[in-house]
Design a protein around this ligand. Structure first.
Ligand code: MG
Length: 276
């Protein structure tokens, strides 16, 4: 009696679930990596913002180390030496990320953290590691970011055998330019960024005089060479320079809900030639 009563309930949903699973697999095969159907074209290119059909950068296997654990030069500003987060603040005051074993780790949902001080043009060294335990895929896997003034992002992502839209992969200028090559290391391994950032400038009338530009060396491999930002780097939109700001910018590390780790962060202000 019980069997007869239960049987139809179980059989009918099983058929529906089976059909739904088949449809989902077919849809997934056709589904793009990106948002080219719903995002604007990037000016000066034939690609849309987050274009899944844009060519994926060639993979380059970096050497075991490059600037990993590089001690800061004598004129460097040390932003994080593994001991405390005093140079950083979070949305509610002090940075609330975890501090352990000489590195900091994103405490998911505690918010992005930023340097208390601002800097105009500089050389920045930092190291990061994506979670050794791989969870999620595409933009959901090992996502963070280094953002200048909170608006010009160099993406941080686990891009080791993790397809995503190329302008959002590790070392991409988010929504604008993929890196020249994919020099990512395996999940859990420490990776280095050596970045030269030049702040944008506006003249006294608020007219853009100089775009922001960035050079990025990822694990010893040049992935951007004085590449200009087309403005800020929002999701699914083109950036612009419509909001002038001071040349001194803070450096922000993004909380994207993944337990990313960072260590050994320092920068050097760039001087001018013939100005000792
Ligand atoms: Mg990010």
């Amino acid at each position: 009696m019980l069997k007869q009563f239960l049987a139809p309930k179980f059989i009918v949903p099983a058929v529906i679930v089976g059909a739904a699973a088949a449809l989902t697999a077919a849809d997934a095969a056709k589904k793009s990596l990106g948002y080219e159907a719903t995002s604007p074209l990037i000016p000066g290119t034939k690609w849309h913002v987050h274009d899944g059909t844009r060519p994926a950068p060639r993979v380059v296997t970096p050497a075991a180390t490059f600037s990993h654990q590089a001690p800061p030069p004598s004129d460097a500003v040390v932003l994080f030496d593994g001991k405390d987060l005093s140079k950083w603040s979070g949305p509610k005051g002090d940075a609330a990320w975890k501090l352990e074993g000489g590195y900091m780790e994103v405490a998911p949902k505690s918010g992005s953290i930023r340097t208390r001080d601002g800097f105009a043009d500089f050389q920045l060294h930092l190291e990061f590691a994506t979670p050794a335990k791989v969870e999620g895929n595409s933009q959901g896997r090992g996502n963070s970011g280094v953002l200048f003034n909170g608006i010009y992002e160099v993406q941080v992502l686990d891009s080791y055998q993790n397809p995503t839209y190329p302008d959002g992969q590790c070392a991409g200028l988010y929504g604008q330019s993929p890196p020249l090559v994919n020099a990512s290391k395996k999940p859990g391994e420490w990776q280095s960024y050596d970045i030269v950032f030049e702040s944008p400038r506006w003249d006294a009338d608020g007219k853009l005089a100089k775009k922001a530009a960035v050079t990025v060396i990822h694990n010893g491999v040049v992935v951007h060479h004085r590449k200009e930002y087309q403005g800020n780097t929002p999701h699914q939109r083109n950036g612009d320079y419509s909001k002038p700001h001071a040349p001194e910018v803070f450096i922000q590390l993004q909380d994207h809900n993944n337990p990313m780790r960072f260590r050994n962060i320092w920068l050097r202000k760039l001087g001018d030639y013939d100005k000792p």
